[in-house]
Ligand binder design. Structure first.
Ligand SMILES: *[C@@H]1O[C@H](CO)[C@@H](O)[C@H](O)[C@H]1NC(C)=O
Ligand SMILES: *[C@@H]1O[C@H](CO)[C@@H](O)[C@H](O)[C@H]1NC(C)=O
Length: 452
């Protein structure tokens, strides 16, 4: 539908094309900690400051230049709120540290490896498995291979939610992570199965990124490997910060994860009975949605619960469901629900005296937003099955484009994704052994959730 394409033009898209360099991780002492916990710095785009800033009331403002729009219909949602993780791969001469996109919807980590058919730009140069003594190829008999292969290799093909395709050969390698981007490795994970990519389409590396760090719930993701292959804690946690407000411990593992006693939680769906990659992401059960604490009227003839449920389409493909993914720029909501939500937001905000204005690339904008109106803008709450609600504050719902405020949530034809922008300033703890996601508001730039 034409609606989707328009929605795609939102802010982060533009960012993605303007920002070229990531900030290199600065050195830190990186002392290993007992108990298998470690914390990694999430690296935002260096271009954040030039394309947007946080203004009065904590709202995101797009800078003039960034407010021009661009269409990129390939992508499922707006991009740009993308965070990466410094990951050291290999040993000996082959050992290098790469920035990989944080992605919890994929279970396979992948990066470019020489030789590459049509390389995308990255820093440092692509991984060369031939000079890393710890590298081995995965047997072509492994169930992880996508056959049949004309060569005697274990091939794979991966597709991300944003439409990126990658293919190549599966390898087995040692990965290392340094606390907060420091030099000394705080954690080493051996036997990580990853995709050595020889061909990609539409991956936006920003000239720097080497690939994707897959933290999905299934084999062979990094978190799966830690839990099932090393008997370590199957938990990770992140707290996403906004532009201009980076924190040092964006991504935490094991013992570095703060206590969850005060947090709300919801269960991760489909843990028991499926090994299909269609369920690699973290799906949650949404039973209700409200705007300004008022439950939305359900679309005619549909139940909210059903609209958020994953189902098989007549063509045999899985569709729908609601998943949480920091690798998707902004939240996309399944269309029938989105329309009801958009209507409720429009009603609420126009009642505050802010008239609707048309802006290219946005579905819903209002003019005349003043400081006084900020505190009356609505929240959106997603209510999970167990009764817990994820509250999205106005600062994560709206973005300033010049002097207008626009809704930063978009409609989707296929599924609902709780994306990065709406996760800012909420800590999430994923626990794959317990099949639970815990969450609680936190000022992520203050990094208060830590034990140090
Ligand atoms: C990868 O290597 C480790 C040993 O480091 C081994 O235990 C594991 O089975 C290997 N995985 C695959 C899929 O080959
Ligand atoms: C962005 O601005 C903030 C605050 O002004 C500063 O701390 C940060 O280092 C800047 N980041 C970049 C990438 O320039």
């Amino acid at each position: 539908m034409e609606l989707d394409t328009r929605a795609l033009a939102l802010l982060p898209l533009v960012l993605a094309s303007l920002a070229t360099f990531l900030q290199p991780a600065t050195a830190n002492d990186g002392t290993p900690r007992p108990g298998g916990g470690f914390s990694l710095r999430l690296v935002p785009y260096g271009g954040w400051n030039s394309t947007m800033h946080v203004g009065g009331g904590g709202f995101l403002h797009l800078n003039e230049q960034a407010a021009t729009t661009a269409l990129r219909p390939h992508f499922h949602g707006p991009r740009g709120f993308t965070y990466s993780v410094a990951t050291t791969v290999g040993t000996g001469h082959g050992r290098h540290t790469y920035d990989l996109v944080l992605d919890t919807a994929s279970s396979l980590t992948w990066m470019q490896c020489v030789p590459i058919a049509h390389p995308f730009a990255q820093i440092p140069p692509p991984f060369n498995p031939d000079i890393s003594p710890s590298f081995s190829r995965v047997s072509r008999k492994s169930s992880l291979c996508h056959g049949p292969s004309p060569r005697q290799t274990c091939e794979f093909r991966a597709t991300r939610l944003d439409g990126t395709h990658a293919s190549g050969v599966l390898g087995n390698e040692t990965f290392a992570f340094a606390n907060n981007g420091g030099a000394a490795a705080a954690a080493e994970v051996r036997g990580v199965v990853f995709g050595c990519v020889h061909t990609t389409t539409v991956f936006d590396s920003h000239g720097v990124l080497a690939g994707v760090l897959g933290l999905g719930r299934m084999r062979p993701s990094l978190i799966w490997t830690r839990l099932h292959q090393h008997g370590q804690d199957g938990r990770f946690s992140y707290c996403l910060f906004g532009p201009g407000r980076p924190s040092r411990h964006g991504l935490r593992f094991g013992a570095d994860i703060p206590a969850t006693g005060h947090m709300r939680s919801t269960k991760i769906l489909y843990m028991q009975y499926t090994t299909s990659p269609d369920f690699s992401a973290y799906f949650v059960s949404v039973v209700g949605i409200s705007v300004a604490e008022k439950a939305l009227v359900r679309p005619p003839g549909r139940r909210i619960l059903d609209l958020f449920r994953r189902h098989k389409s007549p063509d045999g493909r899985w569709n729908g469901g609601c998943l949480i993914d920091p690798g998707t720029g902004t939240t996309a909501i399944i269309q029938p629900v989105y329309h009801v939500l958009e209507h409720a937001v429009e009603e609420h905000v126009t009642r505050l005296g802010l008239p609707v204005v048309k802006r290219d690339g946005y579905r819903l904008c209002f003019s005349g937003a003043t400081q006084a109106a900020f505190e009356h803008l609505p929240t959106v709450t997603l209510r999970f099955e167990e009764g817990a609600g994820l509250v999205i504050r106005p600062q994560q719902l709206f973005v300033f484009v010049q002097r207008d405020i626009c809704l930063a949530v978009v409609p989707s034809k296929h599924m609902t994704i709780i994306g990065a922008m709406q996760q800012v300033d909420t800590r999430f703890v994923y626990d794959i052994a317990a099949a639970k996601i815990h969450f609680a508001p936190e000022r992520c730039s203050d990094d208060t959730g830590g034990q140090n």
